[in-house]
Design a protein around this ligand. Structure first.
Ligand code: PMP
Length: 383
């Protein structure tokens, strides 16, 4: 099986499993306990926290471990909203991940005014639109805009967005789940008060992530209890997950420069190959700044879900739309927001390369993709 679905989840990097196993195989205590085994666990926790902090160039005290990107997004959005005396305005975009969109929908039901910035045809929001909105809306409490889109890889102008928020005195949450690990990132360079990270998108384990928080920010915890994570997220820490996350973050730091270059070159080869054999293919956000690893392609007359299944049978793993929402047969909101019609939106498949992708895999995939599309267009799945 050739795995080209790293935006859904990335393969664990070398050493991650061992780092996790080490926490399970030795008598490690509860990091909150004062005895020796507890202190050993605390040391593992602290080391991982430092590694994650280095990944986004912040002091370790700003890292709150969560159960993943979804929980970090909830803590950011609901935590800021709960700190407001009364419902106010929240600004987000039309292409956010459902783990951002749905908590904002809940806030809308509770009386918040939720404004969703549209995107241009290239998948980016226009900073000028945000600037106008911030000038006109007196009561904006939070702006939540993702760094890179999971379906298209299109990057948002987050430095500009962060600067606009800062100038307007508005808090900025950035869901950097897809960006982190693929391109360098510094929380302060983008003026992010809140930054979401997820380990399994950067070669760490699933079920662990972090919210990086500005120390001065008022954030109401969403999980109450033992007061772990400086009282911001209670619950005994997921030590194996955290150790794996720390290890993956260290690996990313060591390889990010070369990886970004290698993967960009592979992606160029991939897109060149795809468009050569399928010149009518539309690569979403083709001319926009994008993650090095992501290609989303729309093809007239193709059902994306069927294409994914056909490729699976021939040994290739890719996805249609967002894997996180697959199973639901509704067309994805992201290509629709970029102006694609329903039929083209349903045709979109996403290929996302990763740290273990090779040139040979790309060559074989291009060939298989072309053959599968050809068969589907001719109407015979099993030829
Ligand atoms: N945000 C984005 C942009 C994502 O791609 C994902 C995962 N698909 C999440 C948030 C949720 O992360 P997790 O799977 O760790 O809950």
């Amino acid at each position: 099986m050739i795995y080209l679905d790293h935006n859904a989840t990335s393969m664990p990097r070398p050493g991650v499993a061992e780092a996790m196993l080490a926490t399970l195989n030795r008598p490690e205590g509860n990091p909150s306990s004062v005895h020796g085994p507890g202190r050993a666990a605390r040391q593992t926790l602290d080391e991982a926290r430092r590694a994650v902090a280095r990944l986004v160039t912040v002091h370790e005290s700003r890292v709150i471990f969560t159960s993943g990107g979804t929980e970090a997004n909830h803590l950011a959005i609901l935590g800021v909203a709960d700190a407001a005396e009364k419902p106010a305005t929240l600004v987000t975009s039309a292409i956010e991940h459902p783990s951002v969109l749905q908590p904002t929908e809940r806030l809308a039901q509770q009386g918040w005014r939720v404004l969703r910035l549209p995107v241009e045809a290239n998948g980016q929001i226009a900073p000028a639109a945000l600037q106008t909105l911030l000038a006109e809306e007196p009561n904006v409490r939070l702006v939540s805009i993702m760094a890179a889109n999971n379906e298209t890889g299109v990057l948002q102008p987050i430095e500009t967005i962060g600067a606009l928020c800062q100038a307007a005195g508005v808090r900025f949450h950035c869901d950097a789940t897809q960006w982190a690990g693929k391109l360098p990132l510094a929380a302060d360079a983008i003026h992010a008060d809140l930054l979401t990270l997820s380990a399994h998108k950067l070669g760490g384990p699933k079920g662990i992530g972090a919210l990086v928080v500005n120390a001065a920010l008022q954030l109401v915890p969403q999980l109450l209890g033992g007061g772990q994570e400086r009282g911001r997220r209670s619950g005994t820490e997921n030590l194996p997950g955290i150790a794996g996350f720390g290890h993956a973050a260290t690996q990313v730091a060591a390889h990010i420069g070369t990886e970004a270059q290698t993967i960009t070159a592979l992606r160029e080869k991939l897109e060149e190959g795809l468009l050569k054999s399928l010149p009518d293919g539309i690569i979403l956000g083709h001319r926009a700044p994008r993650l090095p690893n992501t290609t989303a392609i729309a093809l007239d007359g193709i059902d994306g879900e069927t294409l994914v299944m056909t490729l699976d049978l021939t040994g290739f793993a890719i996805s249609s739309g967002a894997a996180c929402s697959s199973g639901k047969n509704t067309p994805s909101h992201v290509p629709l927001a970029m102006g694609l019609d329903h039929a083209l939106t349903r045709s979109v498949t996403r290929i996302s390369l990763g740290w273990d992708s090779t040139e040979d895999a790309v060559d074989r995939f291009v060939h298989a993709f072309h053959r599968s599309v050809d068969r589907l267009r001719k109407g015979s799945h099993f030829a």
